[in-house]
Structure formats: structure tokens, C-alpha cells
Ligand binder design. Structure first.
Ligand code: COA
Length: 350
């Protein structure tokens, strides 16, 4: 068995409660047209009270394992910034609920870039022969950390989880993770985040104010950085694979704003039609964004076996990253919504 990491299964899950732009407009000073034209989002799905990130993660992982034709794995890597509890990590509980026994399981915190960071980490476990099969999950429930009165973040974020199964193989196989590029810029950590609740804020000894427990961001500055960092990262990864941008069939980028995807396409001088997008229905689902878009691309037929694909993400930290692969033939991939689970994609059958 080789030491390359191969995508062998794919799954996702979004919660049942749909919040449309009209629902938001009924309680906040916003409207459907503003949200659609500024972000490309029509609706997002959010967890119900009592539902948590780990619940979505377990379901997405189950579906990814089923798509890989297995129910076992040697490790679980969970990218999330909204763990079930601040401490301990959520991944061990997810692994246990999946019935995986005492496998290594840990969280990766890189906000919206988390899934690409988790893929890189899991590839390292496979390269070190510490694991032959790893479940890599991106899951977040940002609806639980937003200020209910903030129309900007309320319009942008949704909840969800997506997962892939990586298995050991050789780098000439379809699905092998090829070039990778990761980066960060902590000097701009002020652009988004939650001020309170961590060790720094608590070290003042002052009680946390309610507004400091919510996630906030400087939208325009984040937008500019997202375009700049994802474009550069994609270029780096494509160069590391020995590909040209024109060779890439599909770009699966973090779904933060439809206008960011258009701006990146322009910057890279590639047709925007090559960008897979599901933001209209799910919004920005943070660490789940890239794997959810992968599922959407697989189910809709936008991603085909043999396609040269580049995944890229960007988020708080700041942190960003991208990875390339040739899209593999997978077992059945179910649509993410629990409500339309009948819809599915079987690459072998197409
Ligand atoms: N409805 C109506 N108006 C809104 C609004 C909403 N939901 N949200 C913000 N506005 C208002 C602002 O208050 C501002 O009003 P003002 O001019 O009176 O001050 C105006 O719209 C313009 O705000 P601005 O921030 O310049 O809008 P924008 O075009 O940059 O769009 C975002 C805002 C958040 C949609 C956009 O900046 C964005 O998508 N940024 C990236 C977000 C992101 O990706 N975050 C996650 C990390 S990857």
C-alpha cells in the first residue's frame, strides 16, 4: 500500500430548519434583494435547539463511510470552530458514536480554512503510516455563535457538515491529493472572530459582555483578503502539480460570497462556470463549506471522474489553503439535505 492519501468516500449533512432571506427580513433590517445581490445566498439551514456540530459531523461521516463502502477507519480529524463544548475536542465523541473504537481523534481549528488544513493533517497520518483510512470532517454551526441582531453575519452564515474518507494508495491513482499550499497571517486576526471566552479575554478578570461572545467580522476587508489569498493559493497549488490554470476543470472554493468566486475567477482569468457553487442554498457553512460543495458538485453531475479539481478555502486567523486532485469514481453520494436523501450520485453508473 502506498503512502499517498486518496479520496475514497464523500458525504454531507445539513440540518432541517431552513431560514430564507424573507425569514431574516421579517426580524432584521434587511431584504431578500440585498442579500441575494450582495452575497448570492437565498437561504441557509440551521440547527434546532439541542442539535450540535457533533450531530451533523456524525451523520456526514456515516454517509462518507457508506460512500467508501466501509464502516471502519483508523483516525478521525474534525475541522470545526464551533465544537460541541469548548473543551474537550469534539472528534473523540464523534469517533465513538461512529463505533470506531479507540482510534486517534482530534479537532483542527482553522475556521473556514479548516477542511483543507484537516485534509493536510490526515494526509500526514497516512504518509507516516499511522493510519490507512482517515475520516476527515468539516462541520460548523455558526448559527449558535451569531448575534441575533446582526444582519450582516445573519445573512451570510449557515450550518452544516461534510466529510471525506481518505485511504492510503499511490499518487498516480484518481483521488490522490496532489499539490498542497497552506498559509496564515496572524497580524490580521482582528478581521473576524469572537472577542470573549478565550484565555486572553478572561485573563483581565472582567466578566464577559454578551456582545463579546458573538462572532463578528469586518466584511469588506475579509472580502478583499479572501480574493487575494485564495487566488494566490490556487496558483501555488496548480504550479506544484505541474498543471496550468487552464487545465483545471473545476474549482471548489470556500462558499463565502458568490461575488468572491466571481472575483477569484477574474483574477485567475478562468471561466466562472468552472466554479462549483451551492452558496445559494446553504450560505457560508465555514469548515463544512468545501466538502458540502463537493457533494453538491457530485450529486448535480458538475464534478465528473477524471476532472482536474482544485479545492481552496480562506477564513479567520487569517488562514487559507488549497489542494488539487483528479476526481475519482466514488460509491453512492447522497444529497446533503436530510429531507431529500433519495437524491444521490453514483459515479460508476454515469
Ligand atoms: N441587509 C441590508 N444591509 C446590510 C446588510 C444586510 N444583511 N448587511 C450589511 N448591510 C449594510 C451595511 O450596514 C452598510 O450600510 P451603511 O453603508 O449604511 O454603513 C452597507 O450594507 C454596505 O456594507 P458593506 O459591508 O460595505 O457591504 P458589502 O457589499 O461588503 O457586503 C458582506 C457585506 C458581509 C456580504 C461582504 O463584505 C462579504 O461577503 N464579506 C466576506 C464575508 C466572509 O466571507 N466572511 C467569512 C469568512 S470567510
Amino acid at each position: 500500500m502506498g503512502s499517498a492519501a486518496i479520496v475514497a468516500g464523500l458525504g454531507a449533512c445539513v440540518p432541517l430548519t431552513v431560514v430564507t432571506n424573507h425569514d431574516l427580513a421579517a426580524r432584521l433590517d434587511t431584504d431578500d434583494e440585498w442579500i441575494r445581490t450582495r452575497t448570492g445566498i437565498r437561504q441557509r439551514q440551521v440547527v434546532a435547539p439541542g442539535e450540535a456540530t457533533g450531530d451533523l459531523a456524525v451523520e456526514a461521516a456515516r454517509r462518507a463511510l457508506a460512500s467508501a463502502g466501509t464502516d471502519t477507519a483508523d483516525a478521525v480529524v474534525l475541522a470545526t470552530s464551533t465544537p460541541d463544548r469548548l473543551c474537550p475536542a469534539t472528534a473523540p465523541h464523534v469517533a465513538s458514536r461512529l463505533g470506531l473504537g479507540n482510534v486517534p481523534a482530534f479537532d483542527v481549528a482553522a475556521v473556514c480554512a479548516g477542511f483543507v488544513y484537516a485534509l493536510a493533517t490526515a494526509s500526514g497520518l497516512i504518509a507516516m503510516r499511522a493510519a490507512d483510512r482517515v475520516v476527515v470532517i468539516g462541520a460548523d454551526t455558526f448559527s449558535t455563535i451569531l448575534d441575533p441582531d446582526d444582519r450582516t453575519t445573519g445573512a451570510v452564515f449557515g450550518d452544516g457538515a461534510g466529510a471525506v474518507v481518505l485511504r492510503a494508495g499511490t499518487d498516480d491513482e484518481p483521488g490522490a491529493l496532489l499539490g498542497l499550499s497552506l498559509g496564515s497571517d496572524g497580524s490580521r486576526s482582528d478581521l473576524m472572530g469572537i472577542p470573549g471566552g478565550g484565555s486572553r479575554q478572561r485573563s483581565t478578570g472582567l466578566p464577559i459582555k454578551e456582545e463579546e461572545t458573538y462572532f463578528g467580522m469586518q466584511g469588506q476587508a475579509v472580502f478583499t483578503q479572501a480574493v487575494r489569498r485564495m487566488s494566490a493559493s490556487v496558483q501555488e497549488t496548480v504550479a506544484r502539480c505541474g498543471w496550468r490554470l487552464a487545465d483545471v476543470d473545476r474549482f471548489v472554493l470556500h462558499q463565502a460570497n458568490a461575488r468572491i468566486l466571481v472575483a477569484v475567477a477574474r483574477k485567475l482569468d478562468v471561466p466562472v462556470e468552472r466554479f462549483v457553487t451551492d452558496i445559494e442554498r446553504v450560505g457560508n457553512t465555514v469548515a463544512a463549506s468545501v466538502p458540502l460543495a463537493l457533494v453538491d458538485g457530485a450529486v448535480s453531475g458538475d464534478l465528473d471522474p477524471g476532472h482536474r479539481v482544485v479545492l481552496a478555502s480562506f477564513g479567520g486567523g487569517l488562514a487559507w489553503g488549497s489542494v488539487a486532485l483528479v476526481w475519482p469514481r466514488l460509491g453512492t453520494v447522497q444529497a446533503p439535505a436530510l429531507t431529500d436523501a433519495a437524491e444521490s450520485y453514483q459515479s460508476g453508473a454515469r
